[in-house]
Design a protein around this ligand. Structure first.
Ligand code: BG6
Length: 487
């Protein structure tokens, strides 16, 4: 199957940091279908050769990226092409069309890796210039819109040009191997599903902590904030994956129908819950990895009086039979104590304890997304000599132990990364791991009251390198729980 992958924003940050390395990996793994072209599109004036050299040079700058060996890169580079295009100029789209028509690929993927403000213009022009045909697919990066109204407007424009089946809304968290494994764990094993409910689960915590600050994206982040950047999409998609009902099959719509039901069942906000169950923070200077780092307001591109949140903690519930009354906590932020993304399912204690156990000890299943991709099952066991906290003369005291599954070790370190997986899915036309417009709208609808509530007031400060403002711990403590690292 031949394909043309057109990367709008082909010289931009996302293209060279994430997309090109992912495509190169797919090429190295031999999973990129043969006979493909990758066509970078941007306003720069570059030849194909100059574009190849630029991408090669940029690869060197990507932290952690595999240094391409020259021979390997040369083969990959032969797939790379470049077309100069100003998104607002119809004649430039005509030139792109000529290039695409120079051969007839089976699939044409248009990836909008540009600023979201340009999505509408780009889609309209793609439609007008005859670039949207039944063999075309469009990929839209998040954030899709700034609020519900702008999200709807973008979706309407895109749908006036493409059928829903041709639209791939990316949330790269859905491409992470740990999320695939969560689906496998829940729906490929009989063990957990019977206890995956309110009777056995006390609470669920979703943490996406980053140790980095906003880096060079201050200007973008200033108008976005953590709620729009991470919660509306990534964190809510994780909540859906952990909270959804078993779908009738593994088809895209069966999965998306169930995720949509979760989003529609989220507890509506009231003035009281907005006050009690939302916390926003902004990092000030602090110490990260032994080094002094600046505060958010000192970052380039950021307003010195900024009220943009770099940290969010929320408590919500899924109002249905399975989850009634079970709190779901979400927490995400920049410049936190470590890079750590995980979902923790905390089980209720035994109904009738007969052994002494450490205070508050109970079972926990932790699905770790990063830095490692794995599963931990926390259990209680009897140490042989019965020593330790709460030990009794007859040696029956319990101590926490853990079963630890490291998927990278188990399945090999060269596993398929999120963008690699998702790009291959687009080329193959698999929509399972992409977000449908009604899901996105439901997520915006739920997030909007928080955005409105935060129109006034300001975020609480937290020192870089910590776990966020103390109000986040206080919020969860009111329910009698702690964030895990505080146990
Ligand atoms: C992006 C956000 O969607 O996800 C970034 O815009 C964030 O602000 C990134 O840093 C986190 O992704 P990952 O895969 O590094 O956890």
């Amino acid at each position: 199957m031949s394909f043309d992958l057109v990367l709008f924003g082909g010289t931009g940050d996302l293209a060279w940091r994430k997309l090109m390395p992912a495509l190169f990996q797919a090429f190295r793994h031999g999973s990129l279908p043969a006979g493909g072209r990758i066509i970078g599109v941007a306003r720069d004036d570059l030849t194909d050769q100059a574009y190849r050299e630029l991408i090669q040079a940029r690869f060197e700058e990507v932290e952690g990226a595999k240094r391409p060996n020259a021979a390997e890169f040369e083969k990959f580079a032969s797939l790379l092409h470049f077309v100069r295009l100003d998104l607002s100029k119809p004649e430039d789209y005509a030139r792109l069309k000529e290039r695409l028509d120079s051969r007839s690929a089976d699939t044409v993927v248009m990836y909008l890796a540009t600023s979201p403000a340009l999505f509408t213009t780009a889609c309209e022009q793609i439609g007008k210039s005859g670039l949207a045909t039944p063999r075309t697919r469009i990929v839209l990066e998040k954030p899709l819109g700034h609020d519900l109204a702008s999200n709807r407007q973008i979706n309407e424009t895109v749908r006036s040009v493409f059928e829903e089946q041709q639209i791939f809304r990316i949330d790269h968290y859905l491409g992470k191997p740990a999320v695939q494994n969560l689906f496998a764990l829940r729906f490929g094993n009989a063990l957990f599903e019977p206890i995956w409910k309110r009777e056995y689960i006390a609470n669920i915590q979703i943490t996406i902590a980053e140790d980095l600050g906003v880096e060079k994206r201050g200007a973008f982040y200033e108008n976005t904030g953590a709620l729009r950047d991470m919660v509306q999409n990534h964190a809510l998609q994780l909540l859906c994956a952990v909270g959804m009902e078993p779908p009738i099959d593994s088809s895209a719509d069966a999965i998306r129908d169930e995720k949509l039901k979760v989003l529609r069942s989220l507890k509506p906000w009231t003035q009281e819950s907005l006050e009690r169950h939302t916390v926003r923070g902004q990092y000030i200077a602090g110490t990260a990895y032994g080094e002094r780092v600046q505060g958010y307001r000192e970052e380039p591109g950021v307003d010195p009086d900024s009220r943009t949140e770099t940290f969010v903690a929320l408590r919500t519930e899924i109002q249905n039979w399975r989850w009634s009354g079970v709190p779901f906590y979400i927490r995400t932020g920049k410049r936190l104590a470590s890079r750590d993304a995980r979902i923790e399912v905390n089980f209720r204690p035994t109904p009738h304890p007969i052994f002494p156990a450490p205070e508050g000890a109970s079972n926990q299943l932790a699905i770790s997304l990063q830095p490692k991709d794995g599963l931990e099952l926390h259990l209680l066991a009897q140490g042989q000599d019965g020593r330790g906290k709460g030990a009794r003369a007859d040696g029956t005291a319990l101590s926490p132990v853990q079963l630890d599954l490291d998927f990278d070790k188990r399945f090999g370190a060269e596993r398929v990364g999120a963008y690699e997986r998702l790009l291959l899915d687009v080329i193959a036309g698999r929509l399972n791991l992409f977000v449908r417009s009604d899901e996105q709208e439901a997520a915006w609808r739920w997030v909007e009251p928080i955005l409105d509530f935060w129109q006034t007031g300001k975020p609480r400060s937290y020192a870089a390198g910590t776990w966020g403002p103390s109000a986040s711990s206080a919020m969860i403590a009111r329910d009698g729980y702690n964030w895990s690292e505080e146990n």
